[in-house]
Design a protein around this ligand. Structure first.
Ligand code: SF4
Length: 264
């Protein structure tokens, strides 16, 4: 993986998510290279070969956050803050240390257990949360759709350790791929270690976009017996698959008093 310095650009960006005014992505590009990733459409480099980092993330971000009041910053919107090269480049860890020094907190979304390395920093923040996203029940299927991530069990173990350390935890079941993702099984695995679980279906906006081209190829070659029904559900939120799943999840939520946030 080539890691090169990007041209000057702002690090602290306004965030469109509810409850957050600002977001920071510590890398431009993501080595995890999930084939369904919506950000692939805007990728400036081929993420399987090259990603960018900022020239001096701490100095630049320090100047940018000095203009706002201390608050919780969202990390992991466009790219994963704990993708494999973070072990060497420590861009995320440097940012967290800066946040702590300046009285800020972080709300992190990742697919990696590397976040455990920074537990001691996260524990000292006023209001921090770590969420982990998962979409596959078995490793073989995960490897088809996610080129460079760790398995679901390791992500759940990380959630367990974070929760035991007193950190607020969440999970994102995303993207639910119709007839492939067993959502209820994932919820059962995640629920003991999470304060909240969000559930999102696979959304394809552009049928010529890189993510849909990637997914189509996987479906055609690996799920040829299901491909017709999977495709019909992907492009219609009124499909019986989603209707049935919504009903099942609402029932589960009510029966077991689960904190599920269903976006299907
Ligand atoms: S981890 Fe997230 S940002 Fe990275 S490739 Fe996968 S979906 Fe995209």
């Amino acid at each position: 993986m080539k890691v090169s310095i990007c041209t000057n650009r702002k690090i602290l960006l306004e965030c469109t998510l509810k409850n957050f005014d600002y977001q920071v992505d510590t890398y431009i590009g993501c080595e995890h290279y999930c084939y369904y990733c919506y950000a692939l459409a805007q990728a400036e480099t081929d993420w399987s070969k090259e990603i960018h980092i900022y020239k001096n993330i701490v100095n630049q971000l320090d100047k940018e956050i000095n203009k706002i009041t201390p608050q919780t910053i969202y990390m992991g919107y466009y790219t994963d803050p704990y993708q494999p090269c973070e072990a060497e480049y420590k861009q995320t860890q440097k940012v967290l240390k800066l946040f702590l020094e300046k009285g800020f907190s972080a709300s992190i979304l990742t697919k990696s257990d590397l976040v455990l390395r920074d537990i001691d920093i996260l524990k000292k923040m006023n209001s921090t949360a770590v969420s982990v996203s998962v979409a596959f029940n078995d490793n073989l299927t995960r490897q088809l759709f996610e080129r460079n991530t760790i398995d679901t069990e390791k992500r759940i173990k990380a959630l367990k350790q974070l929760k035991e350390a007193g950190i607020k935890t969440g999970a994102l079941v995303c993207p639910v791929i119709p007839y492939i993702t067993d959502v209820v099984q994932l919820i059962n695995m995640l629920e003991p270690y999470t304060d909240i679980i969000w559930i999102y279906g696979l959304g394809i906006k552009d049928r010529l976009g890189q993510n849909w081209l990637n997914i189509q190829k996987i479906l055609n070659t690996q799920f040829s017996d299901l491909v017709k029904q999977i495709k019909s559900a992907i492009f219609s939120k009124e499909h019986v698959y989603w209707k049935q799943l919504r009903e099942n999840l609402l029932e589960l939520k009510s029966d077991r008093k689960l904190n599920l946030n269903i976006h299907l």
